[in-house]
Write a protein that binds this ligand. Sequence first.
Ligand SMILES: CC(C)(COP(=O)(O)OP(=O)(O)OC[C@H]1O[C@@H](n2cnc3c(N)ncnc32)[C@H](O)[C@@H]1OP(=O)(O)O)[C@@H](O)C(=O)NCCC(=O)NCCS
Length: 329
Amino acid sequence: MKRPHVMFTGTGRAVPKRIMTNHDFAAIGIETDDAWIVDRTGIRQRHVAGPGESLTSLAAEASKTAMAAAGVNAAEIDAIVMATVSPDHLLPAAAVEVQAAIGASRAAAFDVDAACTGWIYAVVVAEGLIATGNAETVLVIGGEVLTRIVNWKDRNTCVLFGDGVGATIVKRATKGKGLLSSYLRTDGTLAKLLWRPAGGGEMAASDATIADGSFWVHMQGREVFKHAVRSMADACERALDGAKLSADSVDLVIPHQANVRIIEATAKHANISMDKVYVNVDRYGNTSAGSIPIALDECIRSGRITDGSTVMFVGFGAGFTWGSLIVRF
Ligand SMILES: CC(C)(COP(=O)(O)OP(=O)(O)OC[C@H]1O[C@@H](n2cnc3c(N)ncnc32)[C@H](O)[C@@H]1OP(=O)(O)O)[C@@H](O)C(=O)NCCC(=O)NCCS
């Protein structure tokens, strides 16, 4: 069957109310400064979930906005595919909680864990559900409350991440619009460069694993940086090949928002001008699976994406996982 099978018909986003700037780290005893963080990452602020805010509440809010934009009601949703590594509970899936929260009574609901590449993986799963006749309307969600799983005593990681969710309604393609190509890859031999050593079945959460920090996210930043650039540049090339397009014919690139230096280096390797690359990491930090669908929603609502736009999405994350999509709007 020839692509496109699916297209996006509505998007939404939600972030916590509280904004934490780089200057606010001093108040919690983290030895860092705004200049260091901006210079190394481009991040100026991030949203941090507070009391009463959760992954489920943010995902429900983003989903309702996406449903309204698509003109879809909860009973029409056949499946919810949710990309996250920071669920409110480890059992059952985060998508299940969203299903209950929005009243999508007919929907199958499950999670996809591909870390920061999660939304890209989830879109391809949604395409499969629709192309095989298992669903007509899929709610794809990517989002995190990462600030609840980072070590707030570790300046190597806690300054990088933020909370937020993006939601996308995926439906059967019409008029040749939609997902033209995709590329998904994983290298599990590198898993320990970005992971949570404890908290799972092998080493349970305990006072000891919390005290020694193994319960929280661990990262070897330099290694991650290197692999991210190489993999995202490769993924751009593969998605373009898959769609038989040149970089010139892409109107906009929405990369995973981890670090502006990673984004700039990727664009350079992929021969894409930064004028065509969307960046919002300064305002949100790295929201992992939330970063691309949040950026997509901003681009649609601000008019950066219009009818006929060709957009490339590219992501990289823990696993390592990486991947890309090309979508015609
Ligand atoms: C994390 C990152 C910004 C660090 O930048 P870097 O140039 O590689 O810096 P290094 O890790 O070599 O650390 C340099 C120094 O800065 C210090 N440092 C680390 N975090 C700091 C902070 N928040 N504030 C001030 N200094 C900090 C380190 O302790 C180190 O000090 P030392 O030389 O005295 O040991 C960078 O490696 C990066 O962005 N990596 C990718 C991370 C990422 O995006 N992950 C998610 C991918 S999905």
